[in-house]
Design a protein around this ligand. Structure first.
Ligand code: XMP
Length: 304
């Protein structure tokens, strides 16, 4: 377990030492990048430029929440929605999708950096991201999926030795509000990895609504380590007298310590039934809802 006071002191010193000019922090709104913003703010004050990109792959209400939470740090909000969707068009391979998202992220940051003459980039990569990428399990967008010709003098990863529970300890020690310190992880490539195959606006809309329902039903009551909905494929269903081809939604709720391993939560049947009923009623194009029982390994937490 990390000593938070010492960690914060060292991290602030490290940022001071390594970021000797205007520095961009990519804020996603999750706990990792949020503590990076706070640490960097302590270290370099006004040299810090926090940037948030609305990828169009975010959860319902996410961008508005982030704007509100970080209104005091002069957050730069960039609308990248069309660019991400356009680039993802026609791509079905999961690793390819991650790389595309990662590449556009970094290109947008580079463009911002050039406009504002910023030489340094801080990223909220944590330990499990780093070793999973090094081990070739998956290219996390903020590690393995990065393009190689990055136009910054330096990329600083101040929390790359922390596990997730340690990140939360640091967030509490930094007095971040519980909405951030206790917030469940959300992948960098966003809803793109919760859609099997090609990302389209229609699928995004369906999976976004399904995620909101799952969170409403499970987050507060069961406190899962992570919970979400993924959109799989289409399957046959029936509406009235007609057979229709509707979306299949998978619900995932897991317990975990650090995302390296995970177990499916044992949820009450009545809760699962309520989720199924809400999803199929509130999103009429969904005709089937599944609950994923698989631990990690052999599955991963996300679907792609
Ligand atoms: P998996 O699916 O690999 O996920 O079991 C482990 C944890 O990491 C999150 N995740 C990501 N986080 N960029 C991130 O910052 C990513 O590309 C990414 N992919 C997965 C996932 O939500 C889970 O908490």
């Amino acid at each position: 377990m990390v000593n938070t006071e010492i960690f914060i002191k060292n991290a602030v010193e490290r940022i001071k030492r390594e970021a000797s000019g205007k520095t961009l922090v990519a804020l996603s709104g999750g706990v990792d990048s949020s503590i990076c913003v706070v640490l960097a703010h302590k270290a370099i004050g006004k040299l810090l430029v926090p940037v948030y990109i609305d990828t169009g792959l975010m959860r319902e209400g996410e961008t508005e929440r982030i704007k509100e939470t970080f209104k005091h740090v002069n957050l730069q909000v960039i609308n990248g929605k069309d660019r991400f969707l356009q680039a993802l068009k026609g791509t079905t391979d999961p690793e390819e999708k991650r790389k595309i998202v990662g590449e556009i992220f970094i290109r947008i940051f580079e463009e911002e950096a050039r406009k504002r003459d910023i030489r340094y980039l801080i990223q909220g990569t944590i330990y499990p991201d780093r070793i999973e990428s090094e081990g070739g399990i998956k290219s996390h967008h903020n590690v393995g999926g990065l393009p190689t010709n990055i136009d910054f003098d330096k990329i600083i990863e101040p929390i790359d030795e922390l596990y997730k529970d340690e990140v939360r300890d640091v967030a509490r020690a930094l007095k971040l509000p519980p909405e951030i310190s206790e917030r469940m992880p959300f992948p960098g490539p966003g809803l793109a990895v919760r859609i099997i195959g090609e990302v389209t606006e229609e699928k995004l809309e369906v999976v976004r609504k399904a995620n909101a329902i799952v969170e409403e039903e499970l987050l507060e009551k069961y406190e899962p380590w992570q919970t979400f909905a993924a959109l799989l494929e289409k399957g046959t269903g029936v509406k009235g007298d007609t057979r229709v081809h509707g979306w299949i939604i998978a619900v995932r709720a897991v317990t975990s310590r650090d995302a390296m391993t995970a177990n499916a939560m044992q949820l009450p049947w009545s809760t699962l039934q309520k989720i199924e009923a809400r999803i199929t009623q509130e999103i009429p194009t969904v005709t089937r809802v599944l609950y994923d029982l698989t631990p990690k390994p052999p599955a991963t937490i996300e679907f792609e």
